[in-house]
Ligand binder design. Structure first.
Ligand code: ADP
Ligand code: MG
Length: 755
């Protein structure tokens, strides 16, 4: 950063002006210049006053209709009351003073016909909305001379994120004060000249001027695009460097063994043929494991697309080559399930050293917090001795206590929280970096993957293996007794046919406060465990959904109780599963459900991720309108995993036409995960997308929008990769290198604040 940009605002603007800005987190010239307008007032276009909310701090563009000063009889003192209008609705402006004379200067300025910006907190007095003692600036009146006044009056007016202490035009003035004297040398541009020239982008200084002091709308639009490009470019350059550095790291090459080995035996015994996608991705991974630098791959694929087989084959290749593989699951339930699945798939191959096991077989160890002391010791020993070729567990596996004889591959399943820090921690573990495979069933649109998982290469499994019968989804309006009865009957029929049903509710206890609804839908930890990334937010403010006056949310314990008493479910075992159960009880509940002892499982969203019971055919979700799209899609993926068709019933209380109803209907309309994920992202705020997934990243992205700016991100990635490939250390691009360092500092800082 140049000295000019680093200069404290107190030095440039004086302590008095800088104080309130500092409260908004704006300390340096650079901070202020990055405080971009939230929107632009178009001269002549007035704010729609019907949209003002009581108690809100607002800035409105309006025309003065009248202004009168009068003496107040009752209280003494004087009052100026003006009315401003957007052409349809009016807003009152009220000023009080001891004497009428004190109000004359306002009266003088607030002449009918003039327009301006008025800012204050919206209150109500006798049914009329008003601003008391608003701050204001009038178009063409407050400028220094007439020419400037005309220019000012015809320009878009930047409207900044402001506070009660600093109205938007004070910010605007402060920005002008620091911006006007700057020269190109003061504002280093991280985007190299040749890239700028090729893409026809303005310089950084020009862009800043156009964003803060725009001549017209196209000017600020182009300038903002250029600044968004810069954000994407710096991020992508950092990621390109990261990818190169990872490549420069040492890893042990684990080439495939060919015909003799666990992998070959496993393939020979496989009861199905791999899909084309599984083969392609398998070859990709096999090739990368054979390299002496760490593989860094993200494998995405719909629920049921067969990622586990792909991962297991990779693990076997590593074991064949003398290494070990660790499989990380987000919860203990899933870790236990994975261990069971892997052992079942491997059969005798997982009984190495045991009587009847394959001669060159290996072992699958499960290591979780709920193990007893003896079992834990045994698992730790198996990992440390290398006896267990595959070790399954939660993230605790990466802790200090767990030693591996030779960790060659880490597979992270269904894990959205495995961010850059964890990836770094992992690479730091051990003599050489293990290969890394991250798997996710939540389809991630390409540019989000580029941003959030930008240091990973991506593969996608697009086909669902043959033999699946698909899932039908219906929306069931809540509150209709006949429909509800039909739902339970349907469950009964399926159970009688030897199948199982999930019943999902948004909360655990019926007496949990309903006020917690919003946080339930938003994935609050106190209700249950939910993965945060792309999986929780219902998209939009639940308060907007027209939820008022609806029946309270259904709760697991209540619904289970109800189900047990239903004639339709007479003699049918009903189990319960939620995050407040002890790990052992969760395991028991899952096992009873899987075995058919309790073929109906009432649960929270703990079943959302990865749980695999092939006999499950029905998924009923109560208050489905309170869940996010991706979350519902994940839930739905729990059924129809065997040869019988799945049925998903979304019981919804959403008002027709509301955003919540739209979400639920989208689910019923398509099973295409990518389509749903994109829709879901469009409904979310950026912070939800980036913030939860990756600490720090969000802070550097002020203007960039990962969904809307897809093209720009792709372009930035191409350009940035080109620049970094040609000059890996960025010696010839010191300004870019500085920008990357500044971004990392910010990320670091934010990470430390959260930790
Ligand atoms: P994911 O982890 O992607 O959700 P899984 O790997 O759990 O999917 O696979 C789901 C089910 O499909 C498993 O029972 C698995 O054995 C089976 N499966 C995987 N690949 C195939 C295939 N090529 N053909 C038939 N069944 C398959
Ligand atoms: Mg899976």
């Amino acid at each position: 950063m140049s000295d000019r940009l680093a200069e404290p605002l107190a030095a440039t603007l004086g302590a008095r002006a800088a104080g309130p800005l500092a409260k908004m987190g704006l300390d340096s010239v650079d901070d202020l210049l990055r405080h971009y307008p939230r929107r632009y007032g178009e001269p002549g276009r007035l704010t729609d006053m019907d949209r003002l909310q009581l108690g809100e701090h607002v800035t409105v563009m309006a025309r003065i209709a009248s202004a009168t000063v009068r003496q107040m009889r009752s209280r003494g003192g004087a009052m100026l009351q003006a009315r401003v209008t957007d052409g349809r609705s009016e807003l009152a402006l009220t000023f009080f003073a001891k004497r009428p004379g004190a109000l004359r200067p306002h009266e003088d300025k607030l002449r009918p016909g003039r327009s301006g910006l008025f800012t204050g907190v919206v209150s109500e007095y006798r049914g009329t909305r008003q601003l008391t003692h608003p701050d204001y600036v009038l178009v063409g009146v407050d400028a220094d001379d007439d020419t400037e006044a005309i220019i000012e009056a015809s320009r878009p007016i930047p409207i900044y994120p402001a506070s009660a202490a600093v109205p938007t035009w004070r910010i605007q003035r402060a920005v002008r004060t620091v911006l006007d004297p700057l020269t190109e040398d003061d504002v280093p541009d991280p985007v190299p000249d040749e890239v700028r020239a090729r893409l026809g982008l303005p310089t950084r200084l020009t862009a800043l001027r156009s964003v803060h002091v725009p001549e017209d709308a196209p000017t600020w639009q182009a300038a903002r695009r250029r600044l968004r490009f810069e954000e994407a470019f710096v991020l992508q350059a950092a990621l390109a460097q990261r990818r190169r550095r990872a490549r420069a790291q040492d890893a042990t090459a684990r080439p495939a063994r060919g015909t003799d080995g666990l992998l070959a035996d496993f393939d020979a015994a496989l009861p199905f043929t791999l899909t084309a996608g599984q083969r392609t991705v398998g070859e990709q991974i096999a090739g990368e494991l054979a390299q002496p630098w760490p593989m860094q791959r993200l494998l995405q694929g719909e629920v049921g697309s067969g990622k586990t087989v792909v991962a297991l084959r990779a693990m076997l290749q590593v074991v064949d080559a003398g290494g070990q593989a660790a499989l990380l699951a987000p919860t203990e339930v899933l870790a236990a399930q994975h261990a069971r699945t892997l052992r079942a798939m491997l059969g005798p191959l997982a009984e190495g050293g045991l009587l009847g096991g394959a001669a060159h077989g290996t072992r699958v160890a499960l290591l979780t917090g709920s193990l007893g002391a003896a079992a834990r010791k045994e698992a730790l020993l198996a990992a440390a001795s290398g006896e267990a070729g595959i070790v399954v567990g939660t993230h605790a596996l990466l802790g200090d206590k767990v030693q591996f004889a030779d960790l060659g591959l880490v597979v992270v399943d269904e894990q959205h929280r495995f961010g850059v820090e964890q990836r770094d921690a992992l690479r730091a573990k051990g003599r050489v970096a293990p290969h890394l495979l991250v798997m996710t069933a939540t389809p991630i649109p390409r540019t989000v993957a580029m941003t959030v998982f930008g240091d990973l290469e991506t593969s996608t499994l697009t086909e669902i293996p043959a033999g699946r019968s698909g899932i039908t989804t219906h929306v069931v309006p809540a509150g209709n007794a006949r429909w509800t009865e039909r739902v339970w009957q349907k469950i009964r029929e399926e159970v009688d046919a030897g199948r199982r049903a999930y019943v999902v509710c948004p909360r655990i206890h019926p007496d949990d406060p309903d006020g917690a609804q919003a946080s339930t839908a938003r994935g609050a930890g106190e209700f249950d465990e939910m993965p945060e990334f792309l999986g929780v937010d219902p998209g939009g403010d639940p308060a907007d959904d027209g939820a008022d006056g609806r029946a309270p949310l259904r709760a697991v314990l209540e619904v289970a109780e109800e189900a047990r008493g239903l004639p339709a479910l007479d003699g049918v075992g009903v189990g319960v599963l939620h995050g407040q159960l002890a790990p052992a009880d969760k395991d028991t509940a899952m096992a009873r459900f899987a075995s058919g002892e309790t073929p109906v499982l009432v649960s929270t969203t703990v079943v959302e991720v990865g749980v695999d019971v092939p006999e499950a055919t029905v998924m009923v979700v109560f208050d489905a309108d309170r869940f996010g799209i991706s979350q519902l899609h994940q839930l739905r993926g729990r059924v129809g995993r065997g040869s019988d068709p799945g049925l998903c019933l979304l019981v919804s209380t959403a008002q027709p036409g509301s955003p919540a109803a739209a979400r639920v209907e989208a689910l019923a309309a398509t099973t295409d995960g990518f389509e749903l994920a994109t829709l879901d992202l469009e409904l979310r705020s950026e912070g939800d997308v980036l913030g939860a997934a990756q600490s720090g990243r969000a802070s550097s992205l002020r203007l960039l929008r990962v969904v809307k700016d897809a093209d720009l991100i792709a372009e930035a990635r191409t350009e940035a990769t080109g620049v970094v490939d040609a000059d890996p250390s960025l010696e010839g691009h010191p300004r870019l290198a500085d920008a990357i360092a500044a971004q990392l500092d910010a990320a670091q800082e934010e990470f430390l604040e959260r930790a």
